[in-house]
Design a protein around this ligand. Structure first.
Ligand code: IPD
Length: 262
């Protein structure tokens, strides 16, 4: 497993360095995807290409799922899950909260994850059963925080019909918690939670590449990550917090039916 983590970290660092170097001149070259607000920059594609090349050079035959290139078939039980830039809109605007995210899954279970928040100069790593780390610092999420004192992060999808419901839901959550944050990168939100900079996170509609690596960072810090009604985390819904707060926030969210779109 250490081998997977080391390789994932080397590749995520190389991609992050490339993005930092090229962002000032090339980040404005964009195309739209699912909606006019859902963009992909030329550098999202360059980052994913670099990551795919490096993974396949080291481990030919492994499968790779990437945000921009979809799933490349392969022979092995190992699948790499890649978000070449999580927080693309932040990247486009020069805000620091974007990250290269790489997870390694073996037989369907994520065993290693790296989130390189390059513009922050922070590389988060986790290996299954071996903890979550920010550089040399072992990460532990906050514990014992009641819902009314919780700093809760969330995010919004790109479609108007989804955002309409997400707006309703956050309006019901806001009066019940310390405050809301919308950072713009699911991967960094989950890593911030692992580092104790946030108490909880929820969002409808995030993809596997958004949460695969950072989800392991969060759970290895002691947090619980799941969906609603005991279901596993999925694009339908993601909820993350220390045990106790997880259940309190769940019980606030579930009756709001946040898995629907308008
Ligand atoms: C987005 C970010 C954002 C979240 C969106 C995601 P992208 O990923 O993680 O925080 O709210 O739901 O789609 O598009 O920047 O890779």
């Amino acid at each position: 497993m250490t081998g997977f983590l080391r390789l994932a970290e080397d590749i995520a660092r190389e991609a992050g360095d490339m993005l930092l170097a090229k962002r000032p001149t090339m980040s404005g070259e964009i195309e739209t995807k699912s909606s006019p607000t859902d963009v992909v920059t030329i550098l999202d594609k360059a980052s994913e290409e670099l990551i795919r090349e490096r993974v396949l050079a080291a481990r030919p035959g492994d499968r790779i799922l990437g945000e921009e290139g979809g799933e490349a078939p392969g022979e092995s039980d190992v699948r790499w899950i890649v978000d070449p830039i999580d927080g693309t809109v932040n990247f486009l605007y020069g805000l620091p909260d974007w990250a290269v995210s790489i997870a390694v899954e073996v037989n369907g279970q994520v065993v290693a994850g790296v989130v390189n928040a390059a513009q922050r100069g922070e590389v988060y790593t986790a290996a299954l059963g071996e903890g979550a780390w920010l550089g040399g610092e072992r990460l532990r999420c906050t514990t014992g925080v009641p819902l009314a004192q919780a700093l809760v992060a969330t995010g919004f999808g790109y479609s108007v019909s989804r955002r309409a419901v997400q707006g309703e839901v956050v309006a019901a959550v806001l009066p019940r918690v310390r405050d809301i944050r919308r950072g713009g990168s699911c991967a960094i939100d989950l890593c911030s939670l692992a580092a104790g900079r946030l108490d909880a996170y929820y969002e409808r509609g995030i993809n596997h590449w958004d949460f695969a690596a950072a989800g392991l960072v969060a759970t290895e810090s002691g947090a619980r990550l799941g969906g609603l009604h005991g279901r596993p985390v999925s694009p339908d819904f993601a909820l993350c917090a220390a045990p106790g707060l997880f259940e309190e926030l769940h019980d606030l969210l579930a009756p709001l039916d946040p898995e629907r779109d308008a």
